[in-house]
Design a protein around this ligand. Sequence first.
Ligand SMILES: C[S@@+](CC[C@H](N)C(=O)[O-])C[C@H]1O[C@@H](n2cnc3c(N)ncnc32)[C@H](O)[C@@H]1O
Length: 379
Amino acid sequence: MDLNQTSKILITCAKGISPFLEEEVKCLGKTPVSSHETGLVVNGTLLDTYKLNLELRTAYNVLFLLKEFSCSGPDELYRKAGDIEWEDIIPPNEYISVVSQVNTPSIKNSMFANQKLKDALTDRMTRKTGSRPDAGPERENIVINLYWNKNLAWIYINTSGRKLADRSYRKIPLKAPMQETLAAAVLVASGYKGKTHFVNPMCGSGTLAIEAALIALNKAPGLLRGNFAFMHLKDFDNVYWRNLRKEALRASGKKTDFKIIATDIDSSAVHASICNAKTAGVDHLIEFKACDYLDTEIPAGKGIVILNPEYGERMGDVVKLAATYKEIGDFFKKKCAGSTGYIFTGNLELAKKVGLQASRRIPFYNGDIECRLLRYEIY
Ligand SMILES: C[S@@+](CC[C@H](N)C(=O)[O-])C[C@H]1O[C@@H](n2cnc3c(N)ncnc32)[C@H](O)[C@@H]1O
């Protein structure tokens, strides 16, 4: 397959993150041609997808469009998918995985669409190469995505494979961890660029502090991952990829002049954060401490303080947490003057207890939970 052939690249993300993904994509020199709640589209080549996979902090998957067509039913899907020259894209004997999102009256179950597309692909590969690719659910090798809406269908090569949110540093996730891509989007939304202090009391498994350290170092998150689906494509350009990695390594700095502080009252959370930061190669940049958030050091000078307290699922928790949220307001006023304070929460009623006027309320989703990143100017 021609690596310089231009097509549409769909970059997906979690609901609500698209404006921050757009900022990142523009910084990489790409102009989105359209955007929606869970992603955006740019034009580019398969080689461009290598860089997007390497650099993007807030994206889930980078999908390269192979074919867009009208499709009235499963037989038409089989026929038109079978016209794609799969033997030029996929090496013989590769393991493939098909993922479908289907919203069409002609088919009830997306598994059936998966099966039809997989059959079209493997039947053609068998005819053309003499060997039949293995197929299954693992997303480590070749991944093909089908979107089928009413009578229009799109087939993409998923160049990421596993979600880019999985940076492989979080070996100890603890309970209620923030997804890595969400943490990165929260940092982008907070305006953090690694040029101020960053303080994260209630750090849990350390995701926000680790993502902040990666930003401060200008370290591409893809450097942490050894496997992307594009590496399994037939014409994978290993030399180009190795050069991109080398460039990214050269661009990442050795240290930051600003402090990154992560604390939690639970010492096992601090232990998990340290282990995770070590795996990400940024433990030397973060000062960890097991303590109540009220005792967290707030360095003098400009800084960003982000807290992600529990939201409370049971009523009893919510009553207890109301006092904590009120106390956070006092903590901001008394200890964080000069910094910008943020609370990330999925409970808007609890947020009202903070007792400070939020200057911004940025909507996010943590899974299905509607959340807000609340910004407080502290004078
Ligand atoms: C929702 S979790 C944070 C999750 C984190 N953002 C992550 O990605 O893993 C809330 C954390 O606040 C901590 N916490 C609760 N009360 C605290 C307090 N008074 N002082 C410090 N930490 C506290 C809990 O131990 C828990 O780890």
